[in-house]
Structures are given as structure tokens and as C-alpha cells.
Ligand binder design. Structure first.
Ligand code: ZN
Length: 234
């Protein structure tokens, strides 16, 4: 293998690593967003439990208020009853008192049911909060790991970039522009070996004259199909 090819292969190795690291860094924000998304479901569940509990509390207050107004009414009716001297009026007032007392009975039954529901809702809320806390812990761990990965890759990137600059300075100047162009257009692979008479990049059979040049170890030999620079490992 010629020194020029050796230099380009070293350069290509660093270029491919840089490409991989750039892809990795690009992926991290997406992974972070996905991790945070996992909290949304659990957060919504907690909110729903809280809302239900609050609505239930409002309902209880309303029932208590209704009971209160009926008690006031009953007290007023009883005073009227006490003050009246007419027997039929006394009885009519008595019927009204009974009606309001029945009202209070059913309201108190309703209040009891609402209080039982409040207990159940508090239980659901506790479960939902525990689930959220657990998810949050896992998400925080994932986010920490992602932050560490970012730091590690960024540090490595600086290192490999410096290496790349050093290797580029040592590479054959005449072939660098072609190499750079191929790197961009050929998916990060500019220099490939010939494998059993085929191009190691596009896998198309090389013409005989090209194979001769490759086997002679000449520099700057290109695949006539994809244009990649060729060398032989044999
Ligand atoms: Zn090719």
C-alpha cells in the first residue's frame, strides 16, 4: 500500500469518526425530548386525579350548604308553628318540616357517598403521584446519562478534530481536494479496496486496465463507476 493511500485511509478513519460523533450529537436532543415526553402521561394522570378530587370537594360543599339552608328553613317553620294558633296551619307547617327533613336525609346520604368517593380519589391520587415520581426518577437518570454522553462526545470531537488536522497536513496535497469531494458525495467513504476485481465501495466489476493500475499500487486510481479512490489489500 502506497504512503499516499495509507495517509488517506488514516484521514478517512478520523473523518468517519467525526461523522459518527456529529450524528450522535444530533440525536441527543431528540432522545432528551423523548425522555421528557414520558413524563407527560403520568403528569396528566396526576392532574386528572387532582381535578376530580377538587370537583368532588366542591360538590360536598354544595351539599353541606343545601343542608344548612334547609335547617334554617326548618327552624323558621318551627317558630311559625310555635306561634300559630290555627290547627290546620300548625299541621301544614308540620308537613313542610317533614318534607325538609326528608330532603336533609337524602342530602346527607349523598354527602356520605361523596366522602367515600373522596377517599377513593385520594388513594388514586397517591398512586398516580408515586408513579409520576418513579418515572421522573428514571427520566432524570436518562437525562443525566445523555448530558454525560454529550460531554464525552464533545471532548472526543475536539481531540479527533485536532488529529484530523494533523493527518490532513501530512496527506498528499494533490489528492486532498478529490478525497474531500468524494467524502462529501460518497457517504463518507472516499477510499476503498478492490475486492476480487470489484470496487469495495459500489461493488461493480472494475475494468482490467484499472485493476492493473490498482495492483501496481499506483496513486489516484479511481473506480470508473463511483469515482472512489482504489487500493489493493492483496
Ligand atoms: Zn466504485
Amino acid at each position: 500500500m502506497s504512503p499516499a493511500i495509507q495517509a488517506l485511509l488514516l484521514l478517512q478513519d478520523r473523518d468517519r469518526r467525526l461523522r459518527g460523533m456529529a450524528e450522535d450529537l444530533e440525536k441527543i436532543p431528540k432522545d432528551e425530548a423523548r425522555a421528557k415526553d414520558r413524563l407527560a402521561g403520568d403528569t396528566a394522570a396526576v392532574k386528572k386525579c387532582r381535578d376530580d378530587l377538587m370537583a368532588n370537594e366542591v360538590e360536598i360543599k354544595k351539599v353541606e350548604l343545601d343542608v344548612g339552608t334547609r335547617r334554617t328553613t326548618i327552624a323558621r317553620l318551627k317558630t311559625q308553628q310555635f306561634e300559630t294558633r290555627k290547627n290546620d296551619e300548625y299541621q301544614a307547617l308540620g308537613h313542610e318540616v317533614t318534607r325538609y327533613e326528608k330532603d336533609i336525609d337524602s342530602l346527607e346520604t349523598k354527602e356520605l357517598e361523596l366522602m367515600e368517593r373522596a377517599d377513593a380519589l385520594r388513594g388514586e391520587l397517591a398512586t398516580a403521584e408515586a408513579a409520576l415520581a418513579k418515572t421522573k426518577q428514571r427520566v432524570d437518570e436518562d437525562l443525566n446519562q445523555l448530558a454525560e454522553r454529550r460531554k464525552r462526545v464533545e471532548a472526543e470531537l475536539v481531540e479527533v478534530r485536532a488529529e484530523r488536522e494533523r493527518l490532513a497536513a501530512a496527506a498528499p496535497e494533490a489528492q486532498l481536494p478529490l478525497y474531500e469531494r468524494l467524502l462529501k458525495t460518497k457517504n463518507g467513504i472516499a477510499v476503498v479496496p478492490s475486492i476480487a476485481g470489484k470496487c469495495g465501495g459500489c461493488h461493480i466489476k472494475l475494468v482490467a486496465s484499472t485493476m492493473v493500475k490498482v495492483n501496481q499500487g499506483l496513486d489516484g486510481v479511481q473506480c470508473e463507476s463511483c469515482g472512489r479512490l482504489l487500493y489493493t489489500e492483496e
